[in-house]
Design a binder for this molecule. Structure first.
Ligand SMILES: C[S@@+](CC[C@H](N)C(=O)[O-])C[C@H]1O[C@@H](n2cnc3c(N)ncnc32)[C@H](O)[C@@H]1O
Length: 225
């Protein structure tokens, strides 16, 4: 039988749902009201890949400007920081203040405390709003705010995967920028939508843990291929 301790609880803004942080014997996990596990420190291969895959393609990693949507447990942020240079700036937008607190507290060690890195900027708020306000400024935008195009956390996140949301992200990208999206599973309609917005699209299957566990999808979308 699994034993765990609840360490934290937070409302999800504009919904009637809550997030819960638990500590198990050797791990931490975050669940959403109703019991669905959103994340675990045991399985983060696909979150790492969301950060590393697009950043490995950067032409100028030294000075890259990166936006990450959704801090979660900090693995994507840590992976991005591992690929970019000392003059890079990495903004992580997180909707739920408690998630930032959990990463500054008990979760921090699990991802190597990426919030302490001087290249990290935390933007508390909805990444969708930040995208709408940004023009031509990020070399990579990596989005993992939910379960993918079929969201779980917040209905308004669906906008990020709509044509309007993709175009807003496109406008926020620099001319050589790359958009990266995480999804729990394949979604041909979303893939086609990215292509209709003028992107070259690469779909990669990634494992949750090494070469095992659930298989997830990362789409990389770029204008110049
Ligand atoms: C699945 S987790 C992200 C996992 C992350 N990739 C990692 O490496 O741990 C999703 C995160 O996105 C946040 N989130 C959900 N909707 C958001 C939004 N609209 N804007 C910013 N953050 C959001 C959630 O609070 C949660 O922390």
């Amino acid at each position: 039988m699994r034993h765990w301790t609840q360490l934290g609880e937070a409302p999800i803004p504009d919904t009637d749902q809550r997030l819960f942080l638990y500590q198990g014997k050797d791990d931490f996990f975050i669940k959403i009201s109703g019991g669905h596990e959103l994340m675990s420190t045991r399985k983060h291969g696909s979150e790492d890949a969301l950060g590393s895959l697009p950043c490995k393609r950067l032409k100028q990693p030294e000075t890259a400007r990166v936006l990450i949507g959704g801090l979660g447990m900090g693995f994507t942020l840590a992976a991005v920081l591992g690929e970019v240079g000392s003059k890079a700036e990495v903004t992580v937008a997180e909707l739920i203040p408690e998630v930032v607190d959990w990463n500054r507290g008990p979760l921090g060690e699990c991802s190597g405390k990426p919030l302490n890195d001087p290249r990290t900027r935390v933007h508390l708020g909805d990444v969708a709003k930040l995208l709408r306000q940004s023009r031509n400024c990020f070399d990579v935008i990596a989005l993992d705010v939910d379960n993918g195009p079929e969201g779980l956390t917040k209905n308004t996140n669906d906008w990020l995967y709509s044509t309007a949301g993709i175009i807003a992200a496109q406008e926020a990208l620099s001319s050589i920028g790359i958009l990266a999206y995480w999804s729990a599973g394949p979604d041909q309609a979303f893939h086609d939508r990215l292509r209709r917005c003028g992107f070259m699209v690469e779909e990669t299957v990634v494992y949750a843990h090494g070469k095992k566990g659930a298989r997830h999808i990362i789409w990389l979308a770029s204008i110049d291929g």
